[in-house]
Design a protein around this ligand. Structure first.
Ligand SMILES: NC(=O)c1ccc[n+]([C@@H]2O[C@H](COP(=O)([O-])OP(=O)(O)OC[C@H]3O[C@@H](n4cnc5c(N)ncnc54)[C@H](O)[C@@H]3O)[C@@H](O)[C@H]2O)c1
Length: 249
């Protein structure tokens, strides 16, 4: 399959959270291939070695930071911005740890919302003024089909993911006059190394059976949608969620 090249992405400064593995690693590769200036944040060691960006584009810059450590995150974002404003923010990092209602202590609630929601708002808050100075920008938040389906054992994750769609609408309104577009990507089940820990061949077959289309969604399919939403080709797209779920229902 040949993929689109978006001329407007060339040279753009792109910040991707959770770019060390899964969909995030797919995003890093896809934006590097567009000739973008890619920065990504993660907390896994030796992550750069696992990202194959091929021969195209310049090497992405990896920043080791726990996104739930807000003071450290804010300092890092200011340092990244000091070398030039971020033009595109991909709020991708999350943790879909399984849990039951009885396991949700006050501390667990705070930790789960911190990793699944809070950093997205913090990143948007800090990069927005730079985007405004550039004359515009794009923020792409990563939601999930899970709360639309009401999947089991993910109460806080689904609560955060529902919040992300609300946050997207609010920020799109607040930042729209600065030509900053804010969207949500809503993936179905995407085949990543972490997801494969949970799925048996029978479980995967069940997912495909619930989709309209055959085949499993892979990170590069999600990255294709992200490239479009981040590019100037999506100039009037804002405030909404865009699904990539192969028609799962
Ligand atoms: N894979 C799916 O099926 C699926 C489905 C729906 C939505 N999504 C959403 O897509 C996005 C990416 O999902 P994924 O499956 O690639 O996830 P993943 O767990 O495979 O990767 C997430 C990355 O974020 C990093 N990360 C997590 N917590 C962090 C922290 N505190 N600080 C810094 N980095 C941190 C992890 O190290 C990892 O590299 C998430 O927002 C997820 O909710 C995924």
């Amino acid at each position: 399959m040949s993929s689109a090249i978006y001329p407007s992405l060339k040279g753009r400064k792109v910040l991707i959270t959770g770019g060390g593995s899964g969909i995030g690693a797919g995003l890093v590769q896809a934006f590097v291939r567009q000739g973008a200036n890619v920065h990504f944040i993660d907390l896994v060691d030796e992550v750069s070695a696992t990202i194959d960006t091929g021969v195209l584009g310049s090497a992405p810059v990896y920043h080791l930071c726990d996104l739930t450590d807000t003071p450290k995150l804010e300092a890092l974002l200011h340092a990244i911005q000091a070398e030039g404003p971020v033009s595109i923010l991909l709020n991708n990092a999350a943790r879909d740890d399984r849990h039951s209602l009885s396991e949700i202590t006050s501390e667990f609630f705070d930790k789960n919302i911190a990793v699944n929601l809070k950093h997205m708002l913090m990143c948007a808050r800090i990069v927005a003024p730079g985007m405004k100075a550039l004359g515009g920008g794009a923020i792409v938040n990563f939601g999930s089909i899970s709360w639309h389906l009401g999947l089991p054992d993910l109460t806080l994750y689904e609560t955060a993911k529902a919040g992300i769609e609300g946050m997207t609408r609010a920020l799109a309104r607040e930042l729209g006059r600065d030509n900053i577009r804010v969207t949500t990507i809503i993936p179905g089940n995407v085949k990543t190394p972490r997801q494969m820990k949970w799925y048996t061949p029978e479980g995967e077959a069940e997912i495909v059976n619930s989709q309209c289309l055959d085949g499993r969604i892979e990170p590069q399919h999600v990255a294709s949608l992200a490239l479009f939403l981040a590019s100037d080709d999506a100039a009037l797209c804002t405030g909404h969620g865009y699904w990539i779920d192969a028609g799962w229902r």
